[in-house]
Design a protein around this ligand. Structure first.
Ligand code: FAD
Length: 425
C-alpha cells in the first residue's frame, strides 16, 4: 500500500494553477497521487475568476460529443478521444455533485447558478486540498530539466528544486498576460524540442481606421448580419450582435470572427459589410423608406431617419461622404439618392485593419502542435511523463464555454492517467 507523502518525490508536479491545472491536480490527488501544484501568482485561478465577466461560462451544454466538437474545426479529430472520456455532460455532473448547480442560457452556454466565477475557483481549490494535494503559490517555475527522454525536475525563481515522476504544463496561453499567462510553457516546450505555433491573439475584437465607427463607440446593434469581403467576394458571414468601440467592433459575433478574419488579412485587404436590415429585402426596405419620405416631405433626413434606425447610427450614415444627405429634405431626394441610401443600409462597409493585441484577447491562437501530443492521456509524444493541458494546446475554438471545457477535459483525463500509472506501481 502506497503512503501519501512518505517520500520527497512527488507523483505529479503541476505547473500553473488555472482551471486545467487545478482539475488535473485534484483528480490525480483524488486517485491517491502525491501532488504538488505550483502557481506563480499569489492566488490560484486569476483568469478563471474573470471569465464570463465574473459569471464564468463554465461549459457548453451540447451533450452530443460529436456536435460539441464541431466547434473545434481544426482539432476535432484529435480531441475526440479525451472528450469521449470527459465531456460537457461529465462537467455538469462533476460540478453539480460537488454542490455547484449549473444553469443553461442562450446558445447552450452554462453558468454556475450562483453566477459567480469565484465559486468555481473555490470548489476547485477545495478539490485539490481536500484530496491531499499540496499547493504552493508565489512559486514561479523558471527551469525544466530532462534526462533520458523524461522530465526530471523543475526549479522555481526562489531556487527550490522539485523532482517528480510526472509533470504537467498548465501555464495557459499568452492572452490577458496580467493574469499570469505569459506563455512560459511555450518557451520550455520549444527548448525541449517541441514545435510551437507562435502565440497570436484569438477571440479578440477587430480594429478599423474608419472614424464614423469610432464615433459610434458604445452602440450595440442586435440581429445584424456581417459579411467579410475580400476581392469583392463574400468569404464568410455571421448574424448576431455588434458592439461599436473607439477602435473598431467587438461583441461575441465579432470576436468569433477574428480567427477567420486574420487568415484573410494575411492574404490582402478585408472589408466588413453590415446589413442593418437582414430580414428585409432591399426592394421592401426601399418601399419603407419611400413611405417614410412621403409622410415627412418637408423634413430633413437627419430628423426622420431615426424613425427607422438608432439616432446616432442614422446620423453617421447620412454624413458618410458618399451619402451626405443629413440636411436634405425628404421631398428633394432623388430616386437614385434614395436607392443609394437603402443600399448603404444593407451594405454598410468598412475596412478591417487588424485585431487588438494579446492583452485584450480571450484566448491565444497558437501553442503546441497537436501532432506532438498523445491525446489518449494528454502527454507529450516526446516525453511520456510530461502532460500538456488547456490553453497550452494549439486549439482554435469559439466563445461559449468551449475554452473552459477544454481545460476540464484535458485536466481530468490527464489526472486520471496519473492515477492509473500509480495503481500499476
Ligand atoms: C477576459 C476573459 C474571459 C474569459 N471568459 C471565458 C468564459 O466565460 N468561458 C470560457 O470557456 N473561457 C473563457 N475564457 C478563456 C479561459 O479563461 C481560458 O481558456 C482558461 O483560463 C485557460 O485555462 P488554463 O488552465 O489553460 O490556463 P490559465 O487560466 O491561463 O492559467 C495558467 C496559470 O499558470 C500560471 N503560470 C504561468 N506561468 C507560470 C510559471 N512559470 N510558474 C508557475 N505558474 C505559472 C499563471 O499564473 C496562471 O495562473 C476567458 C478568458 C479571458 C481572458
Amino acid at each position: 500500500m502506497r503512503k501519501k507523502g512518505s517520500q520527497k518525490e512527488y507523483d505529479l508536479v503541476v505547473i500553473g494553477g488555472g482551471p486545467s491545472g487545478m482539475m488535473m491536480a485534484g483528480r490525480a490527488a483524488e486517485l491517491g497521487a502525491r501532488v504538488l501544484l505550483l502557481e506563480k501568482n499569489k492566488d490560484l485561478g486569476k483568469k478563471l475568476r474573470i471569465t464570463g465577466g465574473g459569471r464564468c461560462n463554465i461549459t457548453n451544454a451540447e451533450f452530443n460529443v460529436r456536435e460539441f466538437l464541431n466547434n473545434f474545426p481544426e482539432s476535432k479529430n484529435f480531441l475526440f478521444s479525451p472528450f469521449s472520456k470527459f465531456s460537457s455532460k461529465d462537467t455538469f455532473d462533476f460540478f453539480e455533485k460537488k454542490g455547484l448547480p449549473l444553469v443553461v442560457e442562450s446558445r447552450k452556454r452554462a453558468f454556475p447558478e450562483s453566477q459567480k466565477a469565484e465559486h468555481v475557483f473555490k470548489l476547485l481549490e477545495r478539490y485539490v486540498r481536500s484530496n491531499g494535494g499540496e499547493i504552493k503559490t508565489d512559486s514561479q517555475v523558471v527551469k525544466m530539466s530532462k534526462e533520458s527522454g523524461k522530465i526530471k525536475s523543475i526549479e522555481t525563481k526562489k531556487g527550490e528544486k522539485y523532482f517528480a515522476k510526472n509533470f504537467a504544463i498548465a501555464t495557459g496561453g499568452a492572452s490577458a498576460q496580467w493574469t499570469g499567462s505569459t506563455g512560459d510553457g511555450f518557451k520550455w516546450l520549444e527548448k525541449l524540442g517541441h514545435k510551437i505555433k507562435e502565440a497570436n491573439p484569438n477571440l479578440v475584437p477587430l480594429t478599423t481606421n474608419e472614424k464614423w465607427i469610432h464615433k459610434l463607440s458604445g452602440l450595440t446593434l442586435s440581429f445584424m448580419k456581417i459579411s467579410f469581403i475580400q476581392d469583392e467576394k463574400v468569404k464568410f458571414k455571421k448574424t448576431g450582435k455588434i458592439l461599436f468601440t473607439h477602435f473598431g467592433v467587438s461583441g461575441p459575433l465579432i470576436i468569433n470572427s477574428a480567427f477567420e478574419a486574420k487568415k484573410l488579412l494575411k492574404k490582402g485587404k478585408v472589408f466588413a459589410s453590415i446589413d442593418i436590415f437582414p430580414d428585409t429585402e432591399e426592394s421592401d426596405l426601399d418601399k419603407r423608406v419611400l413611405k417614410l419620405f412621403e409622410n415627412n416631405k418637408n423634413k430633413s433626413l437627419k430628423n426622420i431617419l431615426p424613425e427607422m434606425l438608432l439616432k446616432n447610427l442614422a446620423k453617421e450614415i447620412l454624413n458618410l461622404p458618399d451619402i451626405n444627405m443629413a440636411e436634405k429634405q425628404a421631398n428633394s431626394v432623388t430616386k437614385e439618392e434614395r436607392k443609394k441610401l437603402v443600399k448603404k443600409m444593407k451594405d454598410l462597409r468598412f475596412e478591417i485593419t487588424g485585431t487588438l493585441g494579446l492583452d485584450k484577447a480571450i484566448i491565444t491562437d497558437g501553442g503546441i502542435i497537436l501532432e506532438e501530443v498523445d491525446f489518449k492521456n494528454m502527454t507529450s509524444k516526446k516525453y511520456p511523463n510530461l502532460y500538456l493541458l488547456g490553453d497550452v494546446l494549439n486549439v482554435n475554438r469559439p466563445s461559449g464555454g468551449f475554452s473552459l471545457q477544454l481545460c476540464w477535459t484535458t485536466g481530468h483525463v490527464a489526472g486520471s492517467d496519473v492515477g492509473e500509472k500509480i495503481k500499476e506501481e
